[in-house]
Design a protein around this ligand. Sequence first.
Ligand code: GDP
Ligand code: MG
Length: 180
Amino acid sequence: MAAPRRTLLKVIVLGDSGVGKTSLMNQYVYKKFSQQYKATIGADFVTKELQIDDKLVTLQLWDTAGQERFQSLGSAFYRGADCCVLVYDVNVLKSFESLQSWHEEFLKQADPAELEAFPFVVLGNKVDVDGGNSRVVSERRAREWCASRGDIPYFETSAKEDFNVDAAFLCVARVGLSNE
Ligand code: GDP
Ligand code: MG
């Protein structure tokens, strides 16, 4: 039997400070959640291996170290990305409105060969907060935004309760592979 193909996918995770980017990665890779605010996981990226059909995929998830406050992440961060995850907090309107500028910033910095076809995935995080009573961005509104930008896949997540986190990153791997 032939050895399965191994593919490395560089995934960058963007969104306003505090939306839960680091927490989502920690939950996905280490199955851990912390209430404490920490700006970064302390490394440029973390990796997770998964198998999709007959392919072994290594997801390399790049985290920011707080520079997202200034939208100044540097070209190394964007270079060679295979997929871009955009995260907002369903309880903070501003973080949803920022998706537009993160989307534009990515396209400008990464300059992918095929702008239209580049794979993004959007995550509406912190759906657990206050049992959903404090959310200000509806799922419908978020889905409309994604649909109008080339049908970007959308997931509602909770890094705290590990809700939809695996499903979201599985989708990230699939769309990243399709871009190979
Ligand atoms: P980042 O700046 O985007 O990396 O955000 P962090 O991952 O550092 O999270 C910011 C704060 O939100 C931390 O206090 C986390 O514990 C909290 N947080 C992250 N995700 C969730 C979530 O899904 N639910 C709740 N309730 N809190 C979360
Ligand atoms: Mg962070």
